[in-house]
Design a protein around this ligand. Structure first.
Ligand code: MTE
Ligand code: MO
Length: 328
């Protein structure tokens, strides 16, 4: 296996505190690109002021009465649930910074009003208002394992609905082969989006077959409550047999396409964060082993399971298990 030196964009965690996010932004503004970026930030602070003024009239979450949703007993765990507070303060959400401590910064995100545009190769494209969408769906709670490619893991109760339900409603055309999902862009809210070397917006994609799989959820809540912003409010993908980066947060668009899209992480590091990203303890990441995982909160080490323990649900989609590509 080839060794890949750390790319310039992969800032080690200890070098990148939340303070440095702000500091770098200021340094960036003073630099040669400052004049150009000044326009962006000028607009940004106006927007922030307007957002604060408008906050009183901002529409409220119309789905609060739907939580907690009824638990689906088909999905059981082999480990204790992760403590909710621990899960809520150790996150990956690069829009807010390349560190795990973005939970406070993420509170800048405004999740109402919010729409999800479902379009592309479908017979019935539609832009859904988030509350109408959630209210029209069969919300349920499921206990799932979650495994980040960085070898930390958690076990959480998600609330959501099967992506399959939405797919059926928009009636994909026969040429549609992949489902591409996109996160919001708002540089006045998500400060790391000022760093132009990341290929914003964050995108992810699944095959239609993966999207239709019984396990695939669009999650709108966690721990029996609406989704906290740092976990990807108001709606995020949950594909528990794949590494965490496939679980795209704060989705604004879902597009049905013919060709396999190049995703955010695939663009940044194709040898490290490929399209399939199915969990497999036997295929190491180029820079670390995937054999074990560390549970958030307890630091307990556990052996990582093939397909993160969801082999029965998903193995038939990947018949050639020796195909290394399915695991990167
Ligand atoms: N839009 C967006 N979605 C994202 C990410 C991100 O940076 N931006 N990070 C991913 C990664 S790497 C992981 S491990 C999970 C983390 O989810 P959590 O913070 O809710 O535990 O979100 C995924 N979804
Ligand atoms: Mo991750």
């Amino acid at each position: 296996m080839h060794y890949h030196p750390r790319p310039a964009w992969a800032i080690p965690e200890h070098e990148a505190t939340p303070e440095s996010v702000f500091f770098n932004r200021r340094a960036f503004l003073k630099g040669s690109l400052g004049a150009a970026a000044g326009g962006v930030v000028g607009v940004g602070s106006t927007l922030t002021a307007t957002a604060e003024a408008a906050d009183k009239e901002a529409p409220k979450d119309q789905t609060l009465d739907m939580y907690p949703a009824k638990r689906n007993p088909a999905f059981t765990l082999d480990r204790p649930l992760t403590n909710a507070e621990e899960a809520a303060k150790f996150n990956n959400f690069y829009e807010f910074g390349p560190v795990k401590t973005i939970s406070l910064l993420a509170q800048r995100l405004n999740t109402r009003p919010w729409t999800v545009k479902v379009h592309g190769l479908v017979n019935k494209p539609k832009t859904f208002d988030i509350d109408d969408l959630i209210r029209s769906m069969p919300l349920e709670e499921r206990l799932y394992r979650f495994r980040c490619v960085e070898a930390w893991a958690m076990a959480v109760p998600w609330t959501g609905f099967p992506l399959a339900e939405l797919i059926k409603r928009v009636e994909p055309a026969s040429e549609a082969k992949y489902i591409k999902m996109t996160t919001f862009v708002d540089r006045s809210v998500a400060l790391n989006q000022l760093r132009f070397w990341y290929p914003w917006p964050y995108t992810e994609a699944l095959t239609i077959e993966e999207g239709m799989n019984e396990l695939t959820l669009l999650a709108t809540g966690i721990y029996g409550k609406p989704m906290p912003k740092q976990h990807g409010a108001p709606i995020r993908l949950v594909v528990p047999w794949k590494y965490g980066f496939k679980n795209i947060k704060s989705i604004v668009a879902i597009e049905f396409v013919k060709e396999r899209p190049k995703t955010f992480w695939e663009e940044l590091g194709p040898n490290e964060y490929g399209f399939w990203a199915n969990v497999n303890p036997n295929f190491s990441h180029p820079r670390w082993s995937q054999a074990e995982e560390r549970m958030l909160g307890t630091d307990e080490k556990r052996a990582t399971l093939i397909f993160n323990g969801y082999e029965t649900w998903v193995a038939s989609m990947y018949p050639d298990l020796k195909n290394r590509l399915y695991f990167m």
